[in-house]
Design a protein around this ligand. Sequence first.
Ligand code: PGA
Ligand code: ZN
Length: 442
Amino acid sequence: MPGQASTITKIVARQIFDSRGKPTVEVDLTTGQGMFRAAVPSGKSTGIHEACELRDGDKSMYQGAGVLTVVKNVNEILAPAMLGMDVTKQAEIDQKMIELDGTDNKGKLGANGILAVSMAACRAGAAARGVPLYQHIADLAGNPRPVLPVPSFNVINGGVHAGNALAPQEFMILPVGASGFEEAMRMGTETYHTLRSIIQNKYGLNAVNVGDEGGFAPPIDTFEAALDLLTEAIAAAGYTGKIKIGMDPASSEFFRESGEYDLNFKAATNNESGRRTSAEMVELYKQLVAKYDVIFIEDPLSEDDWAGFADITRELGSQYEIIGDDLLCTNPKRIQRAIESKACNALLLKVNQIGTISESIKAVQLAKSAGWGVLTSHRSGETADDFIADLSVGLSTGHIKSGAPARSERVNKYNQLIRIEQELGSKAVYAGDNWRFISISA
Ligand code: PGA
Ligand code: ZN
């Protein structure tokens, strides 16, 4: 017997594979409206304060990375407990799973399983209400003005995402000067292909191989070399002033126990020359933003370097966005601490760092209540699930990073934004120059 439009009648989980060929979780959730599917992504430069991504740990299979335990937890614990629940009540659904798990970090059942159910339920909730997913999310958050984000294309990959010696992880281009999302895609893809030619001319054909997020991974090893390449590509494509630069050094990855940062952490023959103190890193960033057209720095310092974060935010925060990724882990408790200590002025929103859609919405509301920016983000290990596209519109986060404008698991988020813009037609609003802060209160 078909259930009511909003009632859960079935939940089935399975193990599928992400863009790096690692196991991840997919869930099919059924209501009277049909079947709704969601899959969770997986990071590589993960923060130590993230919710628990549960893995089997059985070294004889998938190097221990299997998620069959999580699949079992969803099928045997979450599913029976959630049958009959109403998918339009997202907070109740998420609260039920938090209680069934009972730990602080979703370590018992696995945040990866919980999130897959949460996302699938959100999709089902939108369908039950007969509204698009972005509108459903906007309504859940009480946001009266959904806005299309500026795409932040990660076109040069380094850090743990690439096989070059470049320590900082991501160099991004943001078409803030576009008139709409579709034009932003044109500007971004043209610049990406121009960058490809520039890199090939300078470093040869091998240098245009790409990293985990589809950006090029040329044989360079300094911030300046990457920023010079971007500046040249933006100019050659004709978009100087209209395309800005963002960077994510992901510096927790090269922070040493000694308390220093190691810019040579990937060099074949490492020596002391790459070591920097927190204060020296802040000095380096000050020089870079003075020279290049940068608008944000994400994780300029390590995940527990609260003092360093406060220093850079005091020095650069009025003019530039200082985004906390590993620092905050999309966790309202850490966001609250960062607001009070003025450690940063923007949130990186990654749903799998916290594990439910309700808590993700809470994190965004808290960040925005402090006047912060919010950057919606994919993970370096992705699937074909494009949930974050609607999430970025529904929460008016102003910008979204989903890697380069290449590789389907990256581009499908951007393509969904093209569809949303088309669907909204004359009502579509592109964040553009307002990328940094958009209020979501009524
Ligand atoms: P991750 O990288 O998904 O590997 O954590 C993304 C980021 O650091 O922003
Ligand atoms: Zn990051």
